[in-house]
Design a protein around this ligand. Sequence first.
Ligand code: H79
Length: 575
Amino acid sequence: MGRRIAAFLLLAAACAAQPADPRLAWYSHDKFGMFIHWGPYSLLAGEYKGQRTPIGDEAEWIMQRFNIPVKEYREMARGLRPLKFDAAEYVRLAKAAGMKYIVITAKHHDGFAMYRSKVSSYNIADWTGWGRDPVDELSKECRKAGIRFCVYYSHREDWDDPDGYGNNWDYDRAGKNFARYLENKSKPQLRELLTNYGPLGLVWFDRGMETDQQASEFVQIVRTLQPACLVNGRVGNYGHELMGDYQNMGDNGMPTGGLDEYWETPQTLNTTWGYSKFDQEWKTPAGVIHRLVEIVSKGGNYLLNIGPMADGVIPPPSVAVLKKVGAWIETNGESIYGTSACPAEFTWGRCTVKGEKVYLHVFNWPADGILRVSGFNNRTRAAYAVNNPSRKLQVGRDNDVITIAAPVTGRDEIDTVVALEIEGRLSVRPSLVTQGSDVPIELDYMRAQTTGKAAKRFNRDGKFHISKWTGPADSAAWRIRVSQAGPYRVRVRYAARPTWAGSEYRVKVGGQLLTARVAATGEWYAYKTFDVGSIDIAKAGEYEVSIRPVADSDHDLMYFQSLILEPAGVKMMVE
Ligand code: H79
């Protein structure tokens, strides 16, 4: 590889575009939160008149699943008297599990408020005669314990309100006045939550609001009443640009690689969110720990759900799993909290980074007991297992590969964390994209090195792409090895909004330049593939490929998905 290319790519690896917003500091530090789905559906527990919600179906959707009439569901909800609910115990469990924030369903899609609401008497304190407010009790216990308290509020869906979204079995869709639901119930209830329970860490909206205008009004209510409170990515329409403070994956989702923006995945401990007596498919402690590490290694947060029973008791199997997870975190928490993504993956596990330390998470020890780490440019200082810091492990180098001798005793069956002290900030060699013979080389967003403001991102509709680039300093680059010399057609796959049309961008392959203008593809994420010209690769070898805006502008260049180099003569499908 040429020295200039190497220097460029090292720089690229060091400049991941992660804007530092102080409001998100606690969130990016804490990594692991507890989600609680609890409501009248917990009483049905996955069964209505002898019919069961199938496994994999979500028990909190039971009202919709069986089209239970509002009148009947309301009568059923009167029976929700969680006499065994103990907020302090919930918070103790979250703490024992290593979770740093709690998000509870203040109102799910069924429309029932799990707190004392003046807006609607259809709430747990007033409707049931129980007289207590679990949201209030939890918020106070959280504050005492140093856990961030947060609420889930289903702002769009409401199967109880005649004007809410989703119930078309009791109410005629044509007769609904959705704006009236927003003004009379959804917004006033959100204001109650932001006013009556002290500082909230975040509000977790769901299902995406219809219009950007409506969504921004919800964001505005949060900003006005609690400026420090975060808003999750589902506040706005899933098919539009992100409106909240961070992006959410789909339910139980996982990105294929790291992203350059804050993100979170909501996942559940079994297969339902609300309690179901039929669902015993619990994840194992190892499963949870491996997911946690994978998420954190990709720069995300893990919001893990439990579904308490109607009486307030947390299902014992979930308590058992969470306590085991917590025991591992108790020892290894420094490799999770306050770390950042590590742009490398290994056959034996994953890594996380903090300052001049890389935490190597060993899920499977290699048979010869030697941990091999390739791709790191840094010199090393020392290594030790986090569960036994005083015993140093032998570190060596085999060409470009760092080798670490496994600890003989004290390995953790689930994940032994080895701390590797390095010189300076971690610098990782970008992976080389190699070409098979006669097939197009596809350079996608995920394998790109981004510079400047260019960021790898997620959207619910178009999935992953690179965006936020507005000028020549913002680019995506790859290192490729071409095995076949000759002419290549260059294609770019992207989506562009109408107002972005006409901007120039430049594709560089080795020393060759191609310039093209962005074409509009649709209102939002309508990805299309465009031919930008052809280049000649004189000889097989390694090249650098990049794409960037030609000039500064006040808008995004494009939602980029991939750049394709197609050897002339190879036919390719183009949508
Ligand atoms: O609160 C949890 C879910 O109830 C909620 N998000 C998480 C955090 C959620 N809202 N919408 N969705 C999940 C997606 C909807 C999926 C559905 Fe279905 C498919 C609804 C009807 C068909 C799954 C299968 C639920 C009922 C049947």
